[in-house]
Design a protein around this ligand. Structure first.
Ligand SMILES: Nc1ncnc2c1ncn2[C@@H]1O[C@H](COP(=O)(O)OP(=O)(O)OP(=O)(O)O)[C@@H](O)[C@H]1O
Length: 585
């Protein structure tokens, strides 16, 4: 129960609801217990009438009174049961909602390293499956526990008062029922976890197959994919059948044990009646109703125990993530002014998971309003420089400063809000083009969106779509070409009009003519803004104020276009190669 203590703060938050719910539960059970007692009364009345101790009129009156009490109590207990569910079960839904929000907020705080270590499916499972299991503890388990305890205490008092020996025999099989249900619930849980795993394997397989349907079709491997699906599906079916087998045992077992208890009541009760140990047959009828009333609560003891165990395991998994301290912390809660003077001072950085040193002793400076182009072979560390500016990771050695202040001393939100970042793989949400661009600036008007799209040279493409800016993009923006996606992503960054613009090789999929136009527009737009352009093309770098060339994480060349084309090295070679390529066209 240690892990579940995390929920205590929520129980405290909803204490009034819980208290009212508990009181209602107790009162509802008390009313429910009117039935057996009045059934006994009816039997006694019948016995009195058959003994001729009462006349027909009294018999009728007593019978009617008892029946009315039974109906009234049942209706009242029914209404209270409704409110019992409306309070306690609703609280479990509130707690589920709060917990999901807490986990989601924590996910957002965690750094990229966390996302590399944990699979998306796992993150999704903890926020949905695990939270649902915990809800079962916060609601149904709590409700049934109060229910069972109340019913048990009252019924046992009644039973032992009425006929102690009969009471003892009647409740004897109940612990067996409870243990059996506990064992069965555990088995059901074990098997349903396996079923769950297969279902998620099936959905991952289906999702991947249909995302990559063009590759599957191009390679003509539909039969192979179909047979892999069939194999997976067959195992999944087998597991479902296994689960259904144990589930099918649940009710027969309950019916059997109720039957045994009923027989015991009738047999022992009958013997006691014959021996004159109990005064009326009504007591036997009363006990039969008690046994049936107790069966479900007793069964729930086993069921609740298994729910609590599952919830504890799920909460443990949730707590594992909640306890992780975000690696990237906002060290300055106060607002900080961000300008565009950026300096790298002997920065080194190694990726934790791969142990690859992506940057070694990198130093450079860009003044506000300047453009820096970063070139170099793949894997030389270019993207890492951009990631470090946005503090997606913190440096291992050296420092990065913006206007003389180390970036880890800047307010993290201010820093990220002042950056417009266009990643290498443009990621677009399944939403309209307009909203995808507006994502950069929530309060942007339609005119702002169009202006940004024009500057990113994508407006003409967008208006050609039937729905124009309202065109909804499919999963991962599949309806757009690579170059169009890159340009929508650029529009998203420039609409924000940030102090710092980071372009990570985001013109690779556009032709050189469009690239030229975009760069021209950016040149106008980025007046006063600091711009970093990562590229593999000299055309993207030639107008930059400064150029650096990276190799294996180290700066091997520094300068501008004019100086670098006159110096032997990577830049000059690239320039000559790309010049001859464009001449050849
Ligand atoms: N998230 C990551 N986790 C672990 N290692 C990484 C990660 N990102 C990059 N690396 C490694 O760090 C090195 C530098 O990568 P980086 O992405 O900065 O290179 P790049 O110059 O931008 O390459 P490209 O031109 O192909 O985009 C590479 O060896 C790469 O494998």
């Amino acid at each position: 129960m240690k892990e579940l203590q995390h929920l205590n703060k929520y129980f405290l938050k909803y204490k009034t609801h819980l208290l009212i719910g508990s009181v209602i539960t107790v009162v509802a059970r008390i009313f429910l217990l009117f039935t057996p007692r009045y059934v006994k009364e009816i039997f006694i009345t019948i016995e009195k009438y058959s003994d001729n101790s009462i006349n027909k009129a009294v018999f009728k009156a007593e019978l009617t009174e008892a029946i009315l009490y039974i109906i009234g109590a049942a209706v009242f207990a029914g209404i209270l049961t409704f409110f019992m569910r409306q309070t306690i079960i609703n609280v479990s839904r509130y707690i589920e909602y709060d917990l999901k929000n807490e986990v989601y907020a924590q996910y957002q705080k965690l750094s990229l390293n966390f996302y590399k270590k944990n699979r998306t499916g796992d993150l999704m499972n903890r926020i949905s499956e695990d939270v649902s299991r915990v809800r079962m503890y916060a609601g149904p388990a709590l409700m049934y526990s109060i229910n069972t305890i109340t019913l048990f205490v009252i019924v046992l008092i009644y039973m032992f008062n009425a006929a102690p020996k009969l009471a003892l025999f009647t409740i004897a099989p109940l612990p067996i029922l409870s243990i059996a249900i506990y064992k069965l619930s555990r088995e059901i849980h074990k098997r349903s976890t396996i079923v769950q795993q297969y279902l998620s394997k099936l959905s991952t397989f289906t999702q991947e197959s249909f995302s990559g349907i063009s590759v599957i079709k191009a390679y003509g491997i539909e039969p192979l994919t179909a047979s892999n699906f069939e194999t997976l599906s067959a195992t999944s079916k087998e597991k479902q059948v296994n689960l259904a087998k144990v589930q099918a045992l649940f009710f027969p077992m309950m019916i059997l044990l109720i039957g045994v208890s009923n027989l015991l009541v009738i047999y022992i009760g009958g013997m006691q009646y014959i021996n004159g140990e109990i005064e009326s047959l009504g007591t036997i009828a009363e006990f039969i109703i008690y046994v049936n009333m107790l069966t479900w609560p007793v069964a729930t003891v086993g069921w609740v125990t298994s729910i609590v165990q599952q919830a504890e395991a799920s909460q443990k998994r949730i707590n594992e993530f909640l306890k992780i301290e975000p690696e990237i912390k906002n060290n300055t809660p106060n607002h900080t002014e961000i300008t565009g003077d950026i300096a790298f001072n002997k920065v080194s950085f190694t990726y934790d998971d791969t142990n690859i040193q992506a940057l070694k002793d990198v130093s450079f400076k860009i003044n506000e309003g300047e453009t820096l182009a970063i070139l170099g072979k793949t894997g030389s560390g270019k993207s890492t420089i951009l990631d470090l500016i946005g503090r997606l990771y913190d440096v291992d050695a050296g420092s990065i400063t913006i206007n003389g202040t180390e970036i880890n001393q800047l307010n993290l939100n201010d820093l990220r809000n002042s950056i417009g970042y266009v990643p290498q793989d443009a990621f677009l949400f399944s939403d309209s083009i307009k909203n995808n661009i507006r994502f950069g600036k929530e309060d942007a008007t339609d005119e702002d969106v169009i202006k940004a799209a024009k500057n990113a040279q994508v407006h003409k493409n967008i208006v050609k779509f039937n729905q124009g800016y309202n065109t909804v993009l499919g999963e991962r923006g599949i309806t757009l070409s690579g170059g169009q996606k890159q340009r929508v992503s650029i529009a998203r960054a420039i609409i924000k009009s940030p102090k710092i613009l980071l372009f990570d090789d985001c013109l690779s999929a556009v032709d050189t003519e469009t690239e030229e136009k975009i760069l021209e527009n950016l040149n106008k737009l980025s007046k006063g803004k600091t711009t970093l352009i990562v590229s593999h093309r000299v055309s993207s770098a030639k107008n930059a104020d400064k150029i650096i060339v990276l190799e294996n994480g180290e700066i091997v060349q520094k300068g501008n276009h004019d100086s670098l084309i006159n110096t032997d090295g990577y830049y000059k070679d690239l320039y000559l190669k790309q010049l001859s390529e464009s001449d050849a066209k």
